[in-house]
Design a protein around this ligand. Structure first.
Ligand code: MRU
Length: 364
C-alpha cells in the first residue's frame, strides 16, 4: 500500500538477501518507522512485543525467522528449536503455526546446505501468496458490498463497521477485512467505515484509522461500546472483521470485543462477515470456545494508554489507580451461529463444517 508516494509491504527482504525490514507498528499513527531485523531473537521480540501483529503478518514474519535461523545454522536441531522458539511468541493466531509447519515441511527433506536458500524462497512465496489471497478475499467481499449498495438510495454509502485492524498492516498487503473496502473505493462504490477503537491497544484508532486516512476512505472512529447503539438506529449496514483462528465448524476467534459486535449485529439483523485466508482455518479444532488458546497479555496494556502529547512526544499515560489490577484477554470467540458468511479466497462459505467443505473439499 502507498505511504506518501512510496509503495510498501509490511515486511520485505533487504538487499543483503538475509535480514528483513519491517514497519514497526508500535509507533503508528504518530511516527512511521522501519526496523531492520537480522536475528531470530529480533524476530521473536518483534512478534511477541507486537512491532508486527495481525495473524497473517505474524506467520510471514516467523517464516523469515526460520530463514534467518537456517542462514546461521541449518541443522535438524536448529530447525526444531526455531520452530518452538517462534511458536511460543503468540499463542492464538494459527497462521504462526501454519507458517512454521510449512517451513518445516519444505526444509526437513533437504540437506542442511540446501536449507537456507530454500527457506528464503519459501518465505518470499508465503508473503506473495498472502497478497494474492487477500486480493481474492477483496473480490468476493466486494460482491457483498455491491449487493448491499444496490438496496440503498443511489450515492448513499454502505456503512461498514470493523473491529481491530485486519488491514494491510495485519497482513503483507491489502488486508483481509479491509480488502473489500479498498476494492469498493477503487470501483467507485461509496462506503463509510466505522472504526472501533479496539481497546486496550487501540489497533482500530491507531492502525485502521491511519490506513483509512492514507487511502482516502471516508471513516469515523467509535468507542468500542458505540457499535450496538448505531446498529439499533440503522446506521450500520454490515460488519466485517478479520480472524486469528477460525475453527473447522466456523467459530471465529478474533480481537477481544468481536463477540459483542456479533451479538449486537444478530440482534439487529445486521450481516456479520469475516474475511479470512485459508491458512487462518484450524482444521484440527471444532469447538472454538474450549479449544482455542486465548492469549492473556499484560494488564499494563489496559491501565496504560499510548498517545501523542501536545509537544509531539509519544508517551504513555496511566488511566487507573496504581493499585488497581487489570485483566487482559486479547481475543474472544464468536460462535458460528452469529456469523453470516466467511469470505475466503475461494468464495463465501457458510459458517459451518459443511459450508467450509464446499469450498475446501480436499479437507473432508
Ligand atoms: O493482537 P493483534 O493486533 O495481532 O490482533 C489482530 C487481530 O485480531 C486481527 O483482527 C486478526 O489478526 C486478523 S488480521 C487479518
Amino acid at each position: 500500500m502507498k505511504v506518501g508516494e512510496k509503495h510498501y509491504r509490511t515486511i520485505w527482504l533487504n538487499e543483503d538477501g538475509r535480514s528483513v525490514d519491517i514497519i514497526d507498528q508500535r509507533w503508528l499513527p504518530h511516527s512511521f518507522r522501519i526496523e531492520t531485523v537480522d536475528t531470530v531473537d529480533g524476530i521473536a521480540i518483534a512478534i511477541r512485543d507486537m512491532w508486527v501483529r495481525g495473524a497473517p503478518l505474524i506467520g510471514v514474519t516467523a517464516a523469515y525467522g526460520v530463514a534467518l535461523q537456517m542462514a546461521e545454522d541449518p541443522s535438524d536441531e536448529a530447525l526444531q528449536a526455531v520452530w518452538h522458539r517462534l511458536h511460543e511468541t503468540r499463542p492464538t493466531a494459527i497462521n504462526l503455526r501454519w507458517a512454521l509447519d510449512e517451513m518445516a515441511r519444505v526444509l526437513k527433506p533437504l540437506t542442511p546446505d540446501q536449507r537456507a536458500e530454500a527457506a528464503y524462497r519459501r518465505a518470499a512465496e508465503i508473503a506473495d501468496e498472502d497478497v494474492a489471497l487477500n486480493r481474492s478475499i477483496g473480490q468476493h467481499g466486494l460482491s457483498v458490498i455491491r449487493d448491499i449498495a444496490a438496496l440503498k438510495q443511489p450515492g448513499q454509502p454502505v456503512n461498514i463497521l470493523t473491529h481491530c485492524n485486519a488491514g494491510w498492516l495485519a497482513t503483507v498487503d491489502y488486508g483481509t477485512a479491509t480488502a473489500p473496502i479498498y476494492m469498493a473505493i477503487e470501483a467507485g462504490v461509496p462506503v463509510h467505515v466505522f472504526v472501533d477503537e479496539t481497546r486496550p491497544r487501540n489497533q482500530g484508532a491507531q492502525l485502521t484509522a491511519w490506513e483509512m486516512v492514507g487511502h482516502g476512505v471516508p471513516h469515523t472512529l467509535l468507542v468500542d461500546n458505540a457499535g450496538g447503539h448505531l446498529m439499533q438506529h440503522g446506521e450500520i449496514d454490515m460488519v466485517i472483521v478479520g480472524t486469528d483462528r477460525t475453527t473447522a465448524n466456523g467459530d471465529v476467534c478474533n480481537k477481544i470485543g468481536t463477540y459483542l459486535k456479533a451479538l449486537a449485529a444478530a440482534d439487529n439483523r445486521v450481516p456479520f462477515y469475516v474475511g479470512l485466508p485459508s491458512p487462518t482455518i484450524d482444521w484440527t479444532v471444532s469447538d472454538g470456545l474450549k479449544k482455542i488458546p486465548i492469549e492473556e497479555r499484560s494488564g499494563d496494556e489496559v491501565s496504560l494508554v499510548w498517545g501523542k502529547t501536545g509537544d509531539g512526544e509519544i508517551a504513555q499515560v496511566r488511566i487507573s489507580p496504581d493499585a488497581t489490577p487489570a485483566r487482559n484477554p486479547a481475543f474472544d470467540v464468536t460462535p458460528a451461529r452469529l456469523v453470516t458468511g466467511l469470505i475466503t479466497e475461494r468464495g463465501i462459505a457458510q459458517p459451518s463444517r459443511e459450508g467450509l467443505l464446499v469450498l475446501f473439499p480436499e479437507r473432508g
